[in-house]
Ligand binder design. Sequence first.
Ligand code: C5P
Length: 236
Amino acid sequence: WKKTEQLYEGKAKKVFATENPEVVIVDYKDDATAFNGEKKGTIVGKGVINNRMSNYIMKQLEKEGVPTHLVEELSDRETAVKKVSIVPLEVIVRNVAAGSFSKRMGVEEGKDLLCPILEFSYKCDELNDPFINDDYALALGLATQEEIDTIKNYTRKVNEVLKKFFLSIGIRLIDFKIEFGRLSDGTIILADEISPDTCRLWDVKTNEKLDKDRFRRDMGGTEEAYQEVMKRIFGE
Ligand code: C5P
């Protein structure tokens, strides 16, 4: 796979075209942003960790029947993926209260939820990714009912697979965000990344945060936290 022109540069990644119109190359950066780009910084080594971890998880999900964009890892920071048009929904799953849920609902961070919550935000920077429901998505034409059903089924499966996997490496999966895309024939597949940028990951024994909240909340030790997750997955 060879990069041709750059198609897009986002907050954490660049995307390049290839000679194959169905395949693009994602290049993960160390740049970090939070609060819709208001806070900017660098997490040294993050690009490598997010790339490798995301690919590792996507491979597991494929085995469990969730189709993903993964084609081939090309280097520490680069991966060939299937070209999709992103469904403009941030699909969030919560197993434990934290973050915006805790704020909105007045529930203490760390409280176990009685069942997992699946929620949608409209992916739109200008509006600050507002919280929406299925009817909003349908009424605005963001996705069809069939697509929403598919997305919810895959998402519940992703949660089951990830919860079990993280627990096996001593990590509590608090919540996470995923995104889906459409192939040129309309097939829905899992796209984007699954990493400490997009998941809340707490150590099972100490509840230490091993994710981007360390950056968002200026807690320090962000690089070390990402490396700890990497070490538990790959033993390095
Ligand atoms: O901030 P909030 O509590 O709604 O975040 C829920 C989960 O979604 C967290 O794991 C967070 O890292 C992730 N998220 C994300 N990108 C966003 C918003 C949330 O990855 N734009």
